[in-house]
Design a binder for this molecule. Structure first.
Ligand code: NAP
Length: 240
């Protein structure tokens, strides 16, 4: 069997109803995985695409996944759900700080923990966390998003250190500028759109599928010796 095949594997993807999460779910299914599409909104469309199953998971409670992994074998976890709030740092509210940190960082850590509690007993698994260019760069007017995504890169490395020898690969993907709901406002602004495109060596926005295929790779046997990596899938943005 190809080292890139996910045949016989079960993958749970958070925020799988739309955007990057939906594309990851679809790519996993194409690679042969059984996909559990998890979301706070209906994942019916994703289930239709993947032939998998749906799970309601709302990280308004960052501990929401605590019981999701017990009693069944799930081989791959993709922590994709995420939100962003924009405001000048002098005006940024505690509500916007906590909301973003809860979904983007606290939920990611405790979902990894819940996954590992059973995966360690099954002999291992793969975790792919969705980081960001703002795991490396500062950004502007998005303080909680930047803090949370730097945190995602950090805990990806920490968990890799703890679990690599126990059979769990923990890695992350840092997507560049990808065409999703998340970036609709940027693409609709002609000046921002042109400035962003001018700096991307590949000369185009990323597609959600670009991230899906990278997630398949990191979830596959082909990535067996990759631990604690943050893979930039950004059309070359960070190389510039
Ligand atoms: P999106 O289209 O806005 O999708 C975000 C997903 O997260 C949706 O499924 C959303 O569900 C889910 N979500 C939000 N809050 C949740 C909660 N409380 N509980 C459960 N699920 C929740 O954005 P996207 O671009 O696909 O983003 C996916 C990931 O990629 C995020 O972590 C984002 O930070 C990251 N990312 C995106 C880009 C980009 O250029 N697009 C770049 C770097 C990183 P609802 O639909 O119900 O809101």
């Amino acid at each position: 069997m190809s080292a890139f095949s996910l045949s016989g594997q079960t993958a749970l993807v958070t925020g799988a109803n739309t955007g990057i999460g939906q594309a990851i779910a679809a790519a996993m299914a194409r690679a042969g995985a059984h996909v559990i599409a998890a979301g706070r909104s209906s994942c019916a469309e994703t289930v239709a695409m993947t032939g998998g199953e749906e799970l309601t998971l709302d990280f308004a409670d960052p501990m929401a996944a605590r019981d999701v992994f017990s009693g069944r074998r799930i081989d791959i976890l993709v922590n994709n759900a995420g939100i962003i709030r924009r405001a000048d740092s002098v005006d940024f509210t505690e509500e916007d700080w906590d909301a973003v940190m809860d979904v983007n960082l606290k939920a990611v850590f405790f979902t990894c923990q819940a996954f590992a509690k059973t995966a360690l007993a099954h002999g291992g698994g793969k975790i792919v966390n969705i980081a960001s260019l703002l795991s490396f760069q500062g950004g502007i007017r998005v303080p909680s998003y930047t803090a949370s995504k730097h945190g995602v890169a950090g805990i990806t490395k920490l968990l890799a250190n703890e679990w690599a020898a126990k059979g769990i690969n923990v890695n992350a993907i840092a997507p560049g500028y990808i065409e999703t709901n998340n970036t609709e406002a940027l693409r609709a602004d002609p000046d921002r759109n042109a400035a962003i495109l001018a700096r991307i060596p590949a000369g185009r926005w990323g597609r959600a599928d670009d991230i899906g295929e990278a997630a398949v790779f990191l979830s596959s046997r082909a990535a067996g010796y990759i631990h604690g990596a943050v893979l930039n899938v950004d059309g070359g943005w960070l190389a510039r």
